[in-house]
Design a protein around this ligand. Sequence first.
Ligand code: ATP
Ligand code: MG
Length: 359
Amino acid sequence: MTTTATAATADTVDVAASARRRSVELEQQIQQNPGRFRVMTGDRPTGPLHLGHYFGTLHNRVRLQDLGMDVFVIIADYQVLTDRDVADRLIEHMEGMLLDYLAIGIDPARSTVFNHSAVPALNQLMLPFLSLVSVAELNRNPTVKDEIAHSRQSAVSGLMFTYPVHQAADILFCKGNLVPVGQDQLPHLEVTRTVARRFNERYGAVFPEPDALLSAAPLLLGTDGTKMSKSRGNSIALGATADETARLIKGAKTDAERYITYDPENRPGVSSLVLLAALCMDRDPHAVAEEIGGGGATALKRTVTEAVNSRMAPIRARRAEYARDMGYVRSVLRAGNERANEIAAATLDEVRGVMGGGI
Ligand code: ATP
Ligand code: MG
């Protein structure tokens, strides 16, 4: 048991390290030739978007959009049902996410935002994709294992088990080749790459093999020292008030050592707070830790709170502004769904064609 767990951890570390190296290469290609990329990524409408999303993927989406890339963002509503029986407050969460996207700078004139259940061709695309992966491969996926461990359901549903293939359809329907995500998504990206490669080998070259693009914060921790997640009650929402933010940071887990250092391996709680302040201020985390030094956890939390609140202030103000016109916000999704449906139908035609027409 211990050996298997250690091996799995080592594998995960290897995968993350190689994805980080690949992301450095990709950044060079992005600067040289942004036109060769199409960006595709998304989020589950399970709750408000948080700082882990912002620094892990949202910020990159806007940067890539502003470099002129075609960006697709999926609100993965069917995927809510992977780890719970019903999708609670779905509309509220979806509208909240639309507000967050607009507030951070996603521009509907340049980016397409759509939701899963509004594009039925995505689900049809999943069927041939399911035939390309084995049950053993799906069983090995470490992120699915982690999500099963945190699931609200006692039994693992078929949807949970197969959702990396669902994601392959989400990414490949628009031939996305660049996927800005957090580290937890790397095993899923591997499934998408496998699906694309096997499809192309079996039926002819139709799909790109997409790359994950990691940010400087591929795994931001929450206030309890584990991955910041919408569903785990440990996150700081983009749309939180300044007071809520202060309260959440005050309750964050630190450790008994007074002197503040940046040492993610040995001091995950403290280091994650240091990193959060550094990201918000666009500074180096070591320098931030050094400056706080003997001030201890109290000074650290004060610095983090000020940094988060001042970085988020303009985003929160824009969010409130957009919230005054929900008719417009909803129209963004309708237009995005229309475009996604057109593209998905064209890809499905192409897939039917190469598979022999009858399927
Ligand atoms: P849930 O708990 O409901 O699964 P989540 O917080 O994990 O929610 P997702 O919608 O599953 O959010 O993930 C959306 C995107 O945000 C993915 O690309 C994921 O990798 C990224 N992401 C989520 N949490 C973090 C985090 N803590 N640090 C960096 N990236 C993250
Ligand atoms: Mg998740």
